[in-house]
Design a protein around this ligand. Structure first.
Ligand code: HAM
Length: 401
């Protein structure tokens, strides 16, 4: 038997309903904030991710589904959505036109990671990218929007916030950090020794307890920000405080992708287990110019859909439409006609089989229908239809007409 590849899953019932429920409601929320739908290809040139996500990241270093296509091009399945959206933004010259552009997208991402609970090789993200606003108000807007989405679905979360500075403060800070790391190099894990050479701030992301203990006295970027970045970060914090958004400043939050500057954030949930990040994002003001566009401030985030779906239930009132069924063979034709008529205005699931009332009710429940409508011998004789409202738990008989 051929099975799905390790770390890849089908979206089948009941997850399919949750998936649609999530997409529909999240799209509605982000549209309120002025975001428009964008779709970019799943397959991109490998160099796109090398230049944006960064060669030092685990994603590019170890996890890409990379191959040569039949034309000999070095391509890879997208490990994340931001790079593709920025590529499209530059390719369509939206950077030249200027103004504000806000996009949202959802779809599969691919990372060759070790699969475990909440971590897949093919997973789905819902992401947003906002271009053209430098103000910290946009950072606040994006965080409030993420919060609104998580609140809508009743998720328990905490918010971690950090500032990753800019070139002006990051360059001297990096030197200072390397000087510190030189004093502990031999005791660091091999990964951190590599990180020290490629992107030293990544050491803060290390899960190794010994490394974390050694890093305790390390200088932290959020205490070495330049005036501009410090002001930006404090202004953002002031807005979040005013809006009663609870957060923790986490100097270890460096994110797993290289393109960020200034604001970085993650929403984590204690209901998730080890893979506890449900959404993450931040500002990436240099990425557009890095991908040959005109320098454009930008910020975005992505939600891990599988992780979020694990924590939500579809509320009962989401039951929709009708389920039609026949209790005796003679009723099938009439049920078929009634279903066709009702379908003009409602969602209708139709069973062509004669079944017991209990079996029909069960099938209607499974189909997520609000009403289960059946016709049996009595109803045929009286030209009526029996209907149960599965939400209100009431039942009644109505004339077939
Ligand atoms: P990320 O933090 O790498 O950010 O991924 C965002 C979310 O995707 C994570 O918080 C997590 O919920 C989910 N996720 C990541 N890897 C996996 C996996 N292997 N299995 C299941 N879920 C996973 C980004 O990808 C950035 N592009 C976000 C962004 C948009 N930043 C700015 N704009």
């Amino acid at each position: 038997m051929i099975t799905a590849l390790r770390g890849m899953k089908d979206i089948l019932p009941p997850q399919n309903q949750k998936f649609e429920y999530f997409i529909k409601n999240t799209s509605k929320i982000v549209k309120k904030y002025g975001f428009e739908f964008i779709e970019t290809p799943l397959l991109e040139e490998t160099s796109l991710f090398k230049r944006s996500v960064g060669e030092s990241s685990d994603i590019v270093g170890k996890e890409m589904y990379q191959f040569k296509d039949k034309g000999g091009n070095d391509v890879c399945l997208r490990p994340e959505g931001t790079a593709g959206v920025v590529r499209a933004f530059v390719e369509k010259k939206l950077d030249r036109i200027g103004g504000i552009n806000r996009f949202f997208y959802y779809g599969p991402m691919f990372r060759y990671e070790r699969p475990q609970k909440g971590r897949f090789r093919q997973f789905h993200q819902f992401g947003v990218e906002s271009f053209g606003v430098e103000s910290h108000y946009e950072d606040a807007n994006i965080i409030l929007m993420t919060k609104e989405i998580l609140d809508f679905f009743g998720i328990n979360y905490s918010l971690k916030l950090n500032s990753l500075g800019c070139e002006d403060c990051m360059t001297p800070y990096r030197k200072e950090l390397i000087t510190f790391l030189d004093t502990i190099t031999d005791d660091l894990c091999p990964d951190c020794q590599r990180r020290k050479e490629t992107n030293p701030i990544r050491v803060f992301d290390c899960k190794n307890e010994q490394c974390q203990a050694l890093l305790n006295p390390a200088p932290r970027l959020n205490q070495n920000l330049c005036e501009k970045c410090d002001t930006h970060f404090n202004a953002l914090r002031t807005i979040l405080d005013k809006q009663n958004v609870k957060y923790e400043v986490d100097p270890n939050l460096v994110r797993g992708l290289d393109y960020y500057n200034q604001t970085a954030f993650e929403f984590i949930s204690g209901d998730l287990g080890a893979q506890n990040a449900v959404a993450g994002g931040g500002r990436y003001d240099k990425l557009v110019s890095f991908l040959d566009g005109k320098e454009t401030p930008a910020i975005g985030f992505a939600i891990g859909i599988e992780r979020l779906l694990e924590m939500i239930e579809i509320p009962q009132e989401q039951r929709k439409g009708y389920y039609f069924g026949a209790l005796c063979p003679q009723a099938i034709g009439i049920v078929f006609d009634a279903a066709s008529k009702q379908r003009k205005t409602d969602i209708v699931t139709l069973s062509y089989e004669k079944k017991s009332l209990k079996a029909h009710l069960k099938a209607a429940d499974k189909a997520g229908a609000r009403y289960c409508a059946v016709i049996g011998e009595d109803e045929l004789e009286n030209q009526t239809i029996w209907i149960k409202d599965l939400q209100e738990k009431t039942e009644f008989t109505a004339p077939l007409s």
